[in-house]
Design a protein around this ligand. Structure first.
Ligand code: IMP
Ligand code: MG
Length: 177
């Protein structure tokens, strides 16, 4: 099977506009508060780096990263997650915002919420660039959402297939030939 990057689903302009409005919302919601933005490696790196630059200085913002993967080799996510890289920061008593590239089944985010809540932060909220609601297996509160997209596999702007195409600056549909 060969894979080919197809049509643009989200252009640079569309992404930038949405990221700016999410940043503005975060600036209002967390004004005067201490916030730890937790990026989920590696997919969320580009989104996070654009997003935090749209949050104003009234938010006392830190960012950190976590890396997780599913156990086993099943292509269907088990929801059982292994931590490859944990946070460096202590989140106890702080507001936390988990930033993820995409929510699909919801298993990864639901695990992460539970994991971070055990550390007694002040709050845990979620921010995803893309949401495929049709694919959800477990309910997860999505507090900040970039775009709802149909059930298609997408790459670019951090999202990959087998590690490739994360560097593209727009989101594309991936096709198989
Ligand atoms: P979930 O646990 O099923 O919600 O999985 C979310 C993870 O699946 C994301 O962090 C992505 O790594 C991956 N994923 C789901 N859909 C896509 C897609 O369309 N393109 C690239 N990665 C995807
Ligand atoms: Mg990912």
């Amino acid at each position: 099977m060969t894979y080919r990057v197809g049509e643009v689903l989200l252009s640079k302009e569309k992404i930038a506009e949405r990221v700016a409005s999410l940043g503005k919302k975060l600036s209002q919601d967390y004004a005067g508060q201490e916030l730890v933005v937790v990026g989920v490696l590696k997919g969320a790196v580009l989104f996070l780096s654009d997003l935090v630059r749209q949050v104003d200085r009234e938010v006392h913002l830190h960012f950190d990263f976590i890396s997780v993967s599913s156990y086993g080799d099943s292509t269907v996510s088990s929801g059982i997650v292994k931590i490859n890289k944990d946070l460096d920061l202590d989140i106890r008593g702080k507001h936390v915002l988990i930033v993820e590239d995409i929510i699909d089944t919801g298993l990864t985010l639901s695990y992460l919420i539970k994991l971070l809540e055990e550390r007694e932060p002040l709050s845990v909220k979620t921010c995803v660039l893309l949401d495929k609601p049709e694919r959800r297996k477990v309910p997860v509160p999505v507090d900040y959402r970039g775009f709802e997209i149909p059930d298609e596999f997408v790459v670019g702007y951090g999202l990959d297939y087998a590690g490739r195409w994360r560097n593209l600056d727009e989101v594309f549909v991936l096709h198989t030939d």
